[in-house]
Design a protein around this ligand. Sequence first.
Ligand SMILES: Cc1cc2nc3c(=O)[nH]c(=O)nc-3n(C[C@H](O)[C@H](O)[C@H](O)COP(=O)(O)OP(=O)(O)OC[C@H]3O[C@@H](n4cnc5c(N)ncnc54)[C@H](O)[C@@H]3O)c2cc1C
Length: 415
Amino acid sequence: MPVYAEGEIIVVGGGPAGVAAAVMAARQKKRVILLEQSGALGGSSALCMVAELMNFDDGEHFVSRGFGQEVFDRLGLRITEKRAWFNVRYEALKRVYDDMVTEAGVDVLFYTRLSDVLKENGRISHAILSGPSGPCAIRGDFFIDATGTGLLSSLAGAAYAYGDEEGRTMSATICSLWGGVDFSRKPIDWLHYDQAYADGIFSQYDKVLPGIKRNYREVGVGGGNVGHCFGVDDRDIRSLSRAMLEGRRILSEYESYYKGYVPGCENAVLIKSADFIGIRESRRIVCEYTLTMDSFFAKEPFADEIGRYSYPVDIHPMTPDKAGVVGFSKAISLRHEDGETYSIPYRCLVPKGVDNLLVAGRCIGTDRAMQASTRVIPCCYITGQAAGIAAAVCVENNTPAREADVATIQARLPS
Ligand SMILES: Cc1cc2nc3c(=O)[nH]c(=O)nc-3n(C[C@H](O)[C@H](O)[C@H](O)COP(=O)(O)OP(=O)(O)OC[C@H]3O[C@@H](n4cnc5c(N)ncnc54)[C@H](O)[C@@H]3O)c2cc1C
């Protein structure tokens, strides 16, 4: 098999965590290759059309510091209310990431899909890819798993947890883009949902987030994070395929709902459904430390803290019924007061059993409820940037991830 490229640090996955990791590692003067299966950076927000960036602040302080702050500034965002969420302008966000990787000198390889790894003496030596010209290998000294799914770690032999006690995960969503919306008439979340359900518009009861966001308010276009696909196992091709068919069918129900029941949406049209289904929960890699809800409540700093964040426990329903909606509301009520945050330790980025691997973003070592908070984009910037800096320090010192010089990593993290 041909070795297509070699780098010191190989980052797999070009979502928020992967871009943060690659940029921060390259700024440490390392040769960084970023592998991304699609043709754009941004992960869920680029491919799955996730419509918002969650809060960058804790109500009192800006907490997604460093890389997150740079993205925030480059997008021209401003905090006008505590814990504000921000509508994604998709092309602007993609271009910000493009500029940041280019300026940092990251070697970005699009259309490269990780399919396996080669290992020698407990270390990953090569990522095996299916690329446009067939299989090829990328050799690296150190690897970062930013796939969101934990695929790299699991291929490298790391153990993982999946879903609840019965293996059930949060519902998934095919996000969407809608036009023809008259935002001046304030189309409101939940409006007449129960009536529409009673009238048979919806084939399942799923009264969670049915509204259209205001991404391009000036031209009547907004994103939809609406409609859940239940029982999806993102490790299984058939399950994913069924969900794509089901998710698109559900969106046609929403089109009828908007047109018939929501003032301001009489002329709403579904412009596009995302080509990739949005998966909220996948593998949680077993790491040197598992961040749990105890830390969410305790808020005590870890000695190896790499960042702090605050966002509620956002577990989407697992069943299409009122019980699912109640469970969602209960979980999301777990939140902090203004100025409170939880601590994220370096060890929850260090998969057990693989020497030269770190994990960042949605699939870090947490329990299930904690993952429902750490998974959002501004927190993925935090874990991504820490993984990038930590990988660079490990390469310099030629140490395994679990023996990293944490003090040096902390000193290099943007304050
Ligand atoms: C429907 C939905 C709505 C959400 N809403 C919000 C929201 O409003 N605000 C918010 O902040 N967060 C939201 N989130 C959460 C957030 O979008 C994700 O958790 C976050 O994007 C995870 O970032 P990541 O970098 O870990 O992974 P991802 O964003 O999933 O990026 C992973 C990247 O890795 C690539 N990849 C995967 N496998 C391979 C492979 N084998 N080879 C090569 N490349 C690969 C993918 O193509 C992708 O680009 C939502 C998530 C979903 C699914």
